[in-house]
Design a protein around this ligand. Sequence first.
Ligand code: MLT
Ligand code: MN
Ligand code: ZN
Length: 306
Amino acid sequence: MRITILGSAAGGGFPQWNCNCRNCAGLRAGTLRAKARTQSSIFIQPDAGGDGLLLNASPDILQQIKATPALQPGRAIRDTAIAAVLLMDGQIDHATGLFMLRERGSPLPLWCTDPVAEDLSTGNPIFRVLQHYCGVDRHRIEPDGSVFEIPGLAPLTFRAIALSSKAAPYSPHRDAPVPGDNIGLIVTDPRSGRTLFYAPGLGEIDPRVAEAMHAADAVMVDGTFWTNDEMQRLGLSRKTAHDIGHLAQSGPGGMVEWLGKLPASTRRLLIHINNTNPILDADSPERAALDRAGIAVCEDGMTLDL
Ligand code: MLT
Ligand code: MN
Ligand code: ZN
């Protein structure tokens, strides 16, 4: 399978429109060695050159499609390589790009859990709005680890597990999490036997998540914040990373420590990186620490073949 990183930033992107933190200001001024990034989304094709699955529909989807020729193969007057969309959660940065796909000639094949479908029909009724355009052909994901297939994506197989993270602020159950608000996805290519574990929003590594990470050939996981109090320290929020459902990278029990427990052959990648995160600066000591630990920081346009 071919995995293409369409967007590697967290909500807000990098630089964020209203932000003048060290990273955002430094990128604009050209004084920081860093790359701009659009909001979190990846594309998975069974074979490079064929149709694929869009994982999350970022508000930046139109820019991402323009930047990625593989998404527009041009086989017909109206065409796309996006065979289906799968949502990891119902957050703004992962779902509002659905509006931009409204010109389709047929209902959009869309895979998500029941809590996400509910949020996107009530708190943020994107599905209801889209019924006035292409419509949504929604398929249920059970976040219980059972295997499912997606038409057009053969021979890839998929399994979803419920994660401890957070539903969107507009969710009727934002403060009372239910299984399926956020999922981690295990994608397997049976031809190579190789597996990706993808979890851009991951608040806690419970035994099921640890098991999925250990079994994967590549893990692409939550890279939102370096420290739990990153936004508080900068005076940008009263909330910690943990409060909004993200496990920080540094410190005891942090993501770097968890990734260090994986087999030596596992590819380790961070995605959904917040614009405040010092790892965006290629010259930072935090980035050097990741380099030493063999952890890559995803960039827009990067590809990975498994
Ligand atoms: C998150 O991942 O916590 C959210 O996407 C943040 C946001 O978009 O405001
Ligand atoms: Mn997000
Ligand atoms: Zn910033």
